[in-house]
Design a protein around this ligand. Sequence first.
Ligand SMILES: *[C@@H]1O[C@H](CO)[C@@H](O)[C@H](O)[C@H]1NC(C)=O
Ligand SMILES: *[C@@H]1O[C@H](CO)[C@@H](O)[C@H](O)[C@H]1NC(C)=O
Ligand SMILES: *[C@@H]1O[C@H](CO)[C@@H](O)[C@H](O)[C@H]1NC(C)=O
Ligand SMILES: *[C@@H]1O[C@H](CO)[C@@H](O)[C@H](O)[C@H]1NC(C)=O
Ligand SMILES: *[C@@H]1O[C@H](CO)[C@@H](O)[C@H](O)[C@H]1NC(C)=O
Ligand SMILES: *[C@@H]1O[C@H](CO)[C@@H](O)[C@H](O)[C@H]1NC(C)=O
Length: 518
Amino acid sequence: MESYINIMMWLLNLLVFGATLLPISHSRQIHSNFQVRAVNLGGWLVTEGWIKPSLFDAIPNKDFLDGTGLQFKSVTTQKYLCAESGGGTIIVANRTTASGWETFRLWRLNESTFRFRVFNKQFVGLDGIKVVAVVNASTNSETFEIVKESDDSERVRIRASNGFFVQAKTEELVTADVSNVSGWGDDDPTIFLMTINSRMQGEFQVTNGYGPYKAPQVMKEHWGTFIVEEDFKFIAKSGLNAVRIPVGWWIASDPTPPPPYVGGSLQALDKAFSWAQKYGLKIIVDLHAAPGSQNGYEHSSSRDSSQEWGETDENIQQTVGVIDFLTARYGKSANLYAVELINEPLAPGVTLERLTKYYMEGYNAVRKHSPTAYVVFSNRLGSSQPRELFPLANGLMGSVIDVHYYNLFSDIFDNMTVQQNIDFIHTNRSSQLNYVTTSNGPLTFVGEWVAEWQVKGASKEDYQRFAQAQLDVYGRATFGREKNREIPLSATVTFHEVRLSIRDSQSESPKVSAVCET
Ligand SMILES: *[C@@H]1O[C@H](CO)[C@@H](O)[C@H](O)[C@H]1NC(C)=O
Ligand SMILES: *[C@@H]1O[C@H](CO)[C@@H](O)[C@H](O)[C@H]1NC(C)=O
Ligand SMILES: *[C@@H]1O[C@H](CO)[C@@H](O)[C@H](O)[C@H]1NC(C)=O
Ligand SMILES: *[C@@H]1O[C@H](CO)[C@@H](O)[C@H](O)[C@H]1NC(C)=O
Ligand SMILES: *[C@@H]1O[C@H](CO)[C@@H](O)[C@H](O)[C@H]1NC(C)=O
Ligand SMILES: *[C@@H]1O[C@H](CO)[C@@H](O)[C@H](O)[C@H]1NC(C)=O
């Protein structure tokens, strides 16, 4: 019960909140005071290890999950293994410090067999006996075993699938050609001091970590216990009226998603809709993990921190297909409030052009099944242009710009006091939100924020003041007030024609025409 309460308190910290000060159109009446107050159900249908670390506890050899970044210092050269030039050529053992080029990302094949991926994304393989990183296709690469001296030792050997151990023969020559080894002495060029430089704990890691027999059982248990009907009841009772539910792209191929993903998250989402109906809650469905990963983070289910979403038309079509699937399934439900097409795409990897193409097609996919659901466009992380989606969104009725505001993830917050954090909300966040909230532009939404900060030892009252400041400021966003609800619309948007034509479904007359600059 205590952990249940903690989880709920944690969830409630992630309030999603939408409101408006300005009516969107002077001709429209204010119908009610309905205002969305929602909570994110993070870590449920898309795994994020920090939310529920125990989910990973029973994975065999759980230090070595997909995406784990390893660094190896040769005991003989006293230098780090490095993919020369970041990849595309040989592996060397001549670097005195370790960072990107000296980090090898794991692909886990089973608990003891791995591939290594280097900075420029090539996989480690052999050219004769020489260790190289030249192939782009994982299947053409070598598989390796990491043999530890003991569980708590940092001394390891790396054995290739041909049985030979890797050695740092010289600083500039790394080979896999040692078959006989003994002991763990400092004069042995097959021995490396291994450090784990980074870890990932997302859906890919947990499902591939448990493997095809165990993962379905573990995930089913998680989905069925982490969020339950009682939580929806509690949410409704606590004065909230909506939930934002992150989902992963594999949900669209339930019950048989591509490995390592496992089926069952769709059933959980079905349940969420039935509980939402029972307790009068709205649902914002959020595609949090898109195929290929839109940001390289574990929360978008990246395998190894690579970001490959949107690179091809097929990939975009596949993602539109996921939105089509979800809105076909839930579009008729009165509880579907909004669909967020993709969460936190990251610039510059995701270009504005590719994202605009996707948003247009995704918008159409939603409108095919629902004339009323809001369509939420997440701003790109890493872009310095918070209004960059305006040319697109301005032409699309019921579109919303989502911004995420955390007083975390940047060193500007490192030494801030309680009051400085609160002032930052009132001045900086307030002006950022004002900038994207315009009287004739898209609705705005602070879809993620949290009452957490870098301050150590703050009191409960400090946390409450911080949360209140955020409620006050983020509550000025314009999404989520019923008075903004537009009459049903149908819309057609064609990216290639670049012309948007949106028709009022009742009058059949053009309502908005806009040219989308691409
Ligand atoms: C892991 O895979 C390798 C290569 O296919 C195989 O030899 C080994 O037995 C497997 N180990 C386990 C624990 O399944
Ligand atoms: C791997 O991909 C890179 C970048 O696309 C390309 O330049 C290189 O030729 C490819 N290497 C191989 C061995 O196919
Ligand atoms: C490491 O060895 C490579 C290959 O000989 C060489 O090109 C590079 O300059 C060396 N780097 C350092 C830091 O010594
Ligand atoms: C490995 O060591 C054993 C015992 O010292 C020896 O008989 C064998 O020839 C060695 N093998 C190789 C490939 O060096
Ligand atoms: C925060 O304070 C510490 C200790 O005074 C200092 O070392 C660090 O540089 C400061 N960080 C920033 C971002 O100002
Ligand atoms: C926050 O806003 C204040 C006032 O506009 C400004 O002086 C300050 O540089 C901003 N701080 C950051 C970290 O952006």
